[in-house]
Design a protein. Structure first.
Length: 135
């Protein structure tokens, strides 16, 4: 069976919080906070725990973005469930397997680990209506 993970998209004031991966795979690359599901937790609990471990923020998963299962997305063949998360409390600071955190302008996101650029693109579609619907 393939491993399951959760990823957290944390956006505030048109900026997105990313972590710099401190471990392989993708060591040194920017990524969404997230990680593997533990045996006795829900996928939402996983998103909260991983965001806390990697960013020191307490977050709440607010909206499901999608499930990402392309076998080429990660060398470990991880399936990810991504959420838009709101910040409940805390100040961001890197922890666990994140070597750094940084807020990036949503218009200037660097190339990210795995398929995290796609996840963010999908999240932004959920947050803002398509331009064809705007007057």
């Amino acid at each position: 069976m393939r491993p399951l993970a959760a990823d957290a998209v944390i956006i505030k004031n048109k900026k997105i919080l990313l972590i710099k991966r401190g471990r392989e795979p993708f060591k040194g690359m920017w990524a969404l906070p997230g990680g593997l599901l533990e045996e006795n937790e829900t996928i939402e609990q996983c998103a909260k725990r991983e965001a806390k471990e990697e960013t020191s923020l307490n977050v709440k998963p607010e909206k499901l973005i999608g499930v990402y299962s392309d076998t080429s997305r990660d060398p470990r063949k991880v399936v990810s469930v991504a959420f838009i998360c709101g910040i409940e409390s805390g100040e961001e600071k890197a922890g666990d397997d994140a070597s750094d955190t940084e807020w990036f302008d949503i218009e200037k996101i660097p190339e990210l680990a795995a398929d995290h650029n796609k996840i963010i693109k999908d999240a932004l579609k959920l947050i803002s209506p398509p331009s064809s619907l705007q007057p």
